[in-house]
Design a protein around this ligand. Structure first.
Ligand SMILES: [Zn+2]
Length: 116
């Protein structure tokens, strides 16, 4: 496993964006991307990480200023944790993924056609 300093991700042998330019061996406190989530999922993962007292960084794609305008639930967040805590964090991420989706409520497939 190698670490791309620019993407802050672990890659097998080559970064899709930077090839081997910024690759090196990961160190214990390197921030590693574990998930990109939005809305309820992001809030859930944040809550789990806080509960477990794992140090993490959460970065919005649009930046804090933009989130204010479009609303936090529309933002996509990247979550980074120290390399040493990655396994634990991925366990928590798995819990979020197993949770049932809850965004279908507002969707309707035109099933409301009324028979007259
Ligand atoms: Zn890269």
């Amino acid at each position: 496993m190698l670490y791309c300093e620019k993407c802050r991700t672990l890659v097998a042998d080559s970064c899709p964006l930077h090839a081997s330019k910024h690759l090196r061996e990961p160190r214990g406190n390197d921030p590693v991307l574990i998930a990109q989530l939005s809305g309820i999922s992001a809030a859930m993962l944040e809550g789990l990480l806080l509960d477990e007292k794992l140090p993490f960084q959460q970065e919005g794609r649009l930046g804090a200023g933009m989130s204010v305008w479009i609303g936090r639930m529309m933002e996509t967040f990247s979550f980074y944790v120290p390399y040493d805590l990655r396994d634990k964090a991925l366990e928590l991420y798995a819990l979020v993924c197993e949770a049932p989706p809850e965004e279908d409520v507002s969707k309707s497939d035109g099933e409301s056609d009324k028979i007259e």
